[in-house]
Each structure stands twice: as structure tokens, then as C-alpha cells.
Design a protein around this ligand. Structure first.
Ligand SMILES: Cc1cc2nc3c(=O)[nH]c(=O)nc-3n(C[C@H](O)[C@H](O)[C@H](O)COP(=O)(O)O)c2cc1C
Length: 158
């Protein structure tokens, strides 16, 4: 087996198209969030989701502090929202419509969202796998197409 460089790993795994989510939390200074695609449905009984957090993500300590988070599934037209929440800007929520549900920020105009209690954090290399116990799960009113991440870009073009 030849050694796999990180760039090759990134290119290979980039063939696996995903949706795009924003993971949210209500911090002491207001809502915070980060774009994430390492998100999956984990278990039906009990209901669990997982999110892989870079250990450097500033959103993670807020989630550890509050013990809850939301996963907002972005619609195709929400690329600007994804870019905003992938940044390190302060006030990421300033221009983004949202409301609080049981202390979890929910972004408007998404396809769907889930609200979770943080169940556990499992080490995974330079990431931590956050497992959330699902307490709420809602579909957005409009349906529509998903925002897709493929080959390191937004959109599922070939
Ligand atoms: C499409 C896309 C997917 C991403 N997925 C993840 C992810 O699953 N986990 C993660 O920790 N960071 C992910 N990131 C990077 C974070 O969004 C980025 O580091 C962000 O600045 C973190 O914000 P924070 O430090 O304010 O929490 C992703 C970025 C993009 C553009």
C-alpha cells in the first residue's frame, strides 16, 4: 500500500457528495454556529445524530457549556449562509433570520432542522465526534432542493 497524503485523501473523499448544515448553539453572548458537512443520522433507537467537530472550532466549547445544539439543513439557495458560517466572523447571525427553540437557534429557510442534547464527545484524531440525542426534528415549510458540497465546492456539477 502506498502512503496516502492528506491532499489525496481530501480529493478522494471529496467525491462523496454531502448536504451542508449549520450547527448552532445559544452562547452567553448570543447565537453562534458553524458550517458542517460531517453530519450523519446515527441511530433510530435511541434517536441520535453525529457531528464531527474540528477541535479548533469555536462553536464546540459553547456546545459543551450549554449541552445542546441544533443541526440546520441548508437549502440550495443558502450558499451565502454556508459561507458566512464557515467564516471566523463575529456576529455570523447578524444578517441571518433565526428564532430560538428550547434555547437552540434555528435558521429560517432551511429544509429541516433537529435539536439535540449533547450525549457524548468521542475522540477522532484531530476531530471530536459529537453525538446528539434528538429532542426535536422539524421539516421546513417549503421543501426544495438541498445545498450540496461536492469536490470541494458548492453544487453537484459534474
Ligand atoms: C462545506 C464545509 C463543510 C465543513 N464541515 C465541517 C465539519 O463537518 N466540522 C468542522 O468542524 N468544520 C467544518 N467546516 C469548517 C467550519 O465551518 C469552519 O472551521 C468554521 O470557521 C468554524 O467556525 P467557528 O470556529 O466559529 O465554530 C466546514 C466548512 C465548509 C465550507
Amino acid at each position: 500500500m502506498r502512503p496516502v497524503e492528506p491532499e489525496r485523501f481530501r480529493a478522494v473523499m471529496g467525491q462523496f457528495a454531502t448536504g451542508v448544515a449549520v450547527v448552532t448553539v445559544a452562547g452567553p453572548d448570543g447565537p453562534r454556529g458553524m458550517t458542517a458537512n460531517a453530519v450523519a443520522s446515527l441511530s433510530l433507537d435511541p434517536l441520535l445524530v453525529l457531528v464531527c467537530f474540528d477541535r479548533q472550532a469555536r462553536t464546540l466549547p459553547e456546545i459543551e457549556r450549554t449541552g445542546r445544539f441544533g443541526v440546520n439543513v441548508l437549502a440550495a439557495g443558502q450558499e451565502p449562509v454556508a459561507r458566512q458560517f464557515a467564516s471566523k466572523d463575529d456576529g455570523k447571525f447578524d444578517q441571518v433570520g433565526h428564532f430560538l427553540h428550547d434555547g437552540i437557534p434555528v435558521i429560517e429557510g432551511t429544509l429541516a432542522w433537529v435539536g439535540c442534547d449533547l450525549d457524548s464527545l468521542v475522540p477522532g484524531g484531530d476531530h471530536l465526534i459529537g453525538i446528539g440525542a434528538v429532542r426535536a426534528a422539524e421539516l421546513g415549510p417549503g421543501g426544495g432542493d438541498p445545498l450540496v458540497w461536492f469536490r470541494g465546492r458548492y453544487g453537484a456539477r459534474r
